[in-house]
Design a protein around this ligand. Structure first.
Ligand code: NI
Length: 172
């Protein structure tokens, strides 16, 4: 049985990646805006407002959530590069997903993600030390920029799969 919440399995937490794994993760992050755009292509408003699973976010909320999350990713990467073991700021993603911007057209967040990932990929292109650390206050341990790569490569695919699996199930 696959858990509809975790169509590609749980988020990986790696402290270091091999050069090959890093290239793969960078490729996934680079590809995400186009893959998310393709995942929602052609959906009408009623389809966009359909939960991807019972009790879950709508397709529209999933798209806006990816933008919320990856804005935080961008900030976390820049903090990790520019400060010594910074503590990142967690956020209440469920509450963020209920704010009034949840009703905007997905296009707003698709364009945001395209621009954001251009900047994120450019920043990542300058990283020379993938082991630079950061901490998460809830977990009380340190992670690395490699950890962020693995997390956010997974995160984009995870949410794209929510949408593509819904479309398969619905025959959309
Ligand atoms: Ni998420």
């Amino acid at each position: 049985m696959t858990d509809s919440r975790y169509p590609i399995g749980p988020m990986p937490i790696h402290l270091s990646l091999t050069p090959q794994e890093r290239e793969e993760a960078l490729g996934a992050i680079r590809a995400l805006p186009a893959e998310l755009r393709a995942a929602v292509h052609g959906l009408d408003d009623a389809q966009l407002d359909t939960p991807y699973r019972e009790g879950g976010w709508t397709v529209r909320q999933v798209v806006h959530h990816v933008a919320d999350s990856h804005m935080n990713a961008y900030v976390r990467v820049k903090l990790a590069i520019t400060e010594d073991t910074p503590t990142v700021k967690p956020y209440e993603e469920q509450l963020w997903a209920e704010l009034p911007d949840k009703a905007l057209p997905p296009e707003v967040s698709l364009e945001l993600l395209e621009r954001l990932h251009t900047r994120l990929m450019t920043v990542l292109g300058g990283v020379t030390d993938w082991a630079r650390e950061w901490t998460h206050p809830a977990q009380g341990r340190t992670y690395t920029i490699d950890t962020l790569l693995g997390m956010y490569a997974w995160h984009g695919r995870h949410h794209v799969a929510h949408i593509t699996h819904l479309r398969e199930r619905q025959g959309w």
